[in-house]
Design a protein around this ligand. Structure first.
Ligand SMILES: [Zn+2]
Length: 81
């Protein structure tokens, strides 16, 4: 599995919507690829934050999804060779 492919599927991995065989490939890649693993950790943090904010106060806005992906893209440029 390549970095590009794995990064594209990270949100689905987190959502649990991938087939088990695909999820396994990504997890294997994450174990061998610190940059992708870091992005996945970021994603989990973002989702957890968004979820807890949503639970504590319905009036709060969720983080801007575009800003999140922009940040991930910047990180990819600096960490993936
Ligand atoms: Zn990677």
């Amino acid at each position: 599995m390549e970095c590009d492919e794995s990064l594209e599927l990270l949100s689905e991995l987190h959502a649990g919507t991938l087939e088990e065989s695909t999820a396994l490939l990504i997890r294997r890649h994450l174990a061998d690829c610190p940059p992708c693993c870091g992005v996945y950790e970021d994603l989990q943090t973002i989702v957890l934050t968004a979820t807890s904010l949503g639970k504590s106060n319905d009036q709060l806005e969720f983080p801007d999804e575009n800003a999140i992906w922009q940040r991930i893209t910047v990180r990819r440029r600096t960490t993936v060779h």
